[in-house]
Ligand binder design. Structure first.
Ligand SMILES: NC(=O)c1ccc[n+]([C@@H]2O[C@H](COP(=O)([O-])OP(=O)(O)OC[C@H]3O[C@@H](n4cnc5c(N)ncnc54)[C@H](OP(=O)(O)O)[C@@H]3O)[C@@H](O)[C@H]2O)c1
Length: 316
């Protein structure tokens, strides 16, 4: 009898832990978005697709900014079907190519009169180099989004109040920015071991937080605000390029400790939609709540330096 009660107690505790700690809070905003335009990068799968679906259900015109035409168009059909919206559009964007970012921005600015919310969601965990010779995670997770945001900033300002949402990760806590390495090798770290590749991912996510910190300062006096966030641990395809041991670990831990993509989109939606958070521009959120970050993630000098080197790399 005692062991049955103990087992029951453990099951209840596990259930409460999963609901409160793993799944956490949901975006409470009831905002409707008819007449508003949103871009979601990397929206053919994972958190981005769930985010785009929610925004389409709210009536937004949603631009799926994805690198693969085939995957992007398949997602377009799914999202239209699930949301019942016809206001969903695929536009090709490869964040690993500055040429592609420029061409996306040019097409978007020519064809779409508004931009109300830019969600820089795409990300990858993968070593290698981008088309322009940058470290892959630096190039895609940070630099591509840096250029994209800068090219779209005037349109965001014209349409204010508007927002930029940068999907970072709690991994940023383990990151660092080695500016010498960036200058010399156009990459955040050298080396290709598992530890180094995890380090580079963390560094690129620290770039997201520092970029948001500096962007908020530069946006003061405008009606554009910006936020960075950790979505939680989510069952997605993010580990698809990791080695098999890491993939198996993530998959098994994920069964209990990770959220599904819809649950994983809640903090992104909170930052994109929640009324009254404008005074928190530049801050980092997790579980739909603004969080304090370590000094390195709100380091004014590092954020400015990252901005300046990114401008130089992008030629702007
Ligand atoms: N999953 C988690 O537990 C977790 C935790 C913390 C933070 N995050 C962050 O959440 C964001 C979304 O990741 P996810 O978990 O949803 O991963 P995912 O399922 O792998 O989705 C990533 C998306 O980014 C796109 N992408 C990758 N490289 C790109 C490029 N060069 N140009 C344009 N799009 C590109 C992918 O497109 P393809 O399908 O064509 O590759 C895909 O649509 C990322 O920024 C990630 O760092 C995730």
């Amino acid at each position: 009898m005692c062991s049955i009660l103990l087992l029951l107690g453990l099951v209840v505790l596990a259930y409460i832990f999963r609901q409160v700690v793993v799944i956490g809070k949901s975006c409470k905003s009831n905002a409707k978005l008819h007449g508003k335009t949103v871009i979601v990068t990397g929206s053919n799968t994972g958190i981005g697709k769930a985010t785009a679906t929610d925004l389409a259900k709210r009536g937004a015109r949603v631009i799926l900014a994805c690198r693969s035409k085939q995957r992007g168009e398949a997602a377009l059909e799914d999202i239209k079907r699930e949301s019942g919206s016809t206001q969903v559009v695929f536009m090709q964007l490869d964040l690993g190519s500055l040429r592609s970012v420029r061409s996306f921005a040019e097409n978007f600015l020519k064809s779409e009169p508004r931009l109300d919310i830019l969600i820089n969601n795409a990300g990858l965990y993968m070593m290698g180099r981008t088309e322009d010779g940058f470290g892959m995670m630096f190039g895609v997770n940070h630099l591509g989004h840096f250029l994209l945001t800068n090219l779209l900033l005037d349109r965001l300002k014209e349409c204010g109040p508007s927002r930029v949402v940068n999907v970072s990760s709690t991994a940023h806590n383990w990151g660092r920015i080695d500016f010498d390495c960036l200058n010399t090798h156009k990459a955040l770290r050298e080396g290709t071991s598992l530890v180094e590749s995890l380090g580079v991912y963390a560094d690129s996510k620290l770039c997201n937080v520092l970029f948001t910190h500096e962007l908020a300062k530069r946006l003061q006096g405008t009606k554009v605000t910006c936020y960075s966030l950790h979505p939680g641990g989510i069952k997605t395809e993010l580990a698809r390029n990791a080695n098999s041991i890491l993939q198996i670990t993530v998959k098994n831990l994920g069964r209990f400790f990770f959220k599904n993509p819809e649950q994983g989109s809640q903090t992104t939606l909170h930052c994109a939609l929640q009324e009254g958070i404008e005074h928190l521009s530049g801050r980092y959120f997790s579980n739909c709540t603004a969080r304090n970050v370590f000094a390195k993630a709100r380091d004014d000098a590092a954020a400015k330096k990252l901005w300046e080197i990114s401008e130089r790399f992008c030629g702007i």
